[in-house]
Design a protein around this ligand. Structure first.
Ligand code: PEP
Ligand code: MN
Length: 338
């Protein structure tokens, strides 16, 4: 942490700032400038609140220089983490495509979609069996029946499964059917849940919260990692901003930022990220170009009658078209969409 004093700060005030920093366990390195003094506070004090220094007379600015997350940080691990999902490696050379409906609705629906996305090159089948809906009157998902259908459709076409787990009580059940546990945006800061996922035996894909900063998101990943589960994938799914022309604002910039700050793989979900079907493919292309390790795409065989998120789900043919395009983009940046 660096403390910059106000131009008019008195020697007495500066000494008091140094005394308080020492009291909190920091070593202090002082450099006196012509108008201002800069104090370098050295040491790691996890529970220290920098506002306690900000409030002292004579302080102009307090700047934190180290990240509060440790296990999620690139400084902790130089090489990128590769999460293996069957033979697919998320965070490896290939860009892994995960696709399927928003919700599992019926055997016919999930088998038709699984067959199509597998043929086009997807490696993982998505589909919600437990749905976090804004309204309690909206379709809530098929529950365990949905998990069974998802598993059997994935197995029939050589795919792996990713599906959402909504609370601690569902972890065991979802682990039985799914290869990756998806944590929804609305649960990103459910800390007791994240701690429990730290003990799970399956990889966890942590979606970014609707209004979470990148630092908050990485701190949430830290909860899972510090619980002992190092198989964490991040997923950018759009954030809420002042813009109303799209459902969310897809933060493509988060992809290179995460790549620099963290060793964890990052997947992009342009379906929720932009929320309108005709703009999903351009955002998918942009995400791959920006360095995403995978894509999570909503696809439906009959989106006009989908029980959830039909308006942002691609038609099967559009999904194939997207695959052809992202293959070219991946190749252009030295990666591959198998
Ligand atoms: C989903 O993937 O269908 C979903 C509900 O996502 P999110 O948590 O990002 O809204
Ligand atoms: Mn959805």
């Amino acid at each position: 942490m660096v403390v910059v004093t106000e131009p008019g700060a008195t020697e007495k005030q500066i000494e008091e700032i140094i005394r308080v920093l020492h009291e909190h366990g920091f070593d202090v390195h002082r450099s006196t400038g012509v108008r201002q003094t800069v104090l370098g506070a050295i040491g790691v004090q996890p529970d220290f609140d920098h506002r306690q220094i900000q409030l002292l007379p004579g302080v102009a600015e307090v700047i934190r220089i180290t990240d509060p997350y440790k296990l999620a940080s690139r400084a902790f691990q130089k090489e990128g983490t590769v999460v293996k999902v069957g033979s697919a490696e998320i965070g490896g050379h290939d860009v892994v495509i995960m696709a399927g409906p928003c919700s599992v609705e019926s055997e016919k629906q999930i088998f038709a979609i699984a067959e199509h996305v597998a043929k086009s090159g997807a490696r993982v089948l998505r589909g919600g069996a437990f749905k976090p809906r804004t309204s309690p009157y909206s379709f809530q998902g098929l529950g365990e029946e949905g998990l069974k259908l998802l598993r059997s459709a994935a197995d029939a076409f050589g795919l792996k499964v990713i599906t959402e787990v909504m609370d601690r009580s569902q972890i065991g059940l979802v682990e039985r059917y799914s290869d990756v546990l998806q944590v929804g945006a609305r649960n990103m800061q459910n800390f007791t849940f994240l701690k429990e996922l730290g003990k799970a035996s399956k990889p966890v894909m942590l979606k970014r919260g609707l209004s979470a900063t990148i630092e908050e998101w990485l701190m949430s990943a830290e909860y899972i990692l510090s619980g002992g589960n190092m198989q964490v994938i991040l997923c950018e799914r759009g954030i809420r901003t002042f813009e109303t022309a799209t459902r969310n604002t897809m933060d493509i910039g988060a992809i290179p930022v995460i790549k620099k700050k963290s060793h964890l793989p990052i997947v992009a979900d342009p379906s929720h990220g932009i929320g309108i079907r005709d703009k999903v493919i351009p955002m998918a292309r942009a995400a791959v170009a920006a360095g995403a390790d995978g894509l999570l795409i909503e696809v439906h065989n009959d989106p006009d009658h989908a029980k959830s998120d039909g308006a942002q789900s691609l038609f099967p043919d559009q999904f194939s078209e997207m695959m052809a395009e992202v293959r070219i983009i991946a190749q252009a940046i030295g990666r591959r969409v198998p």
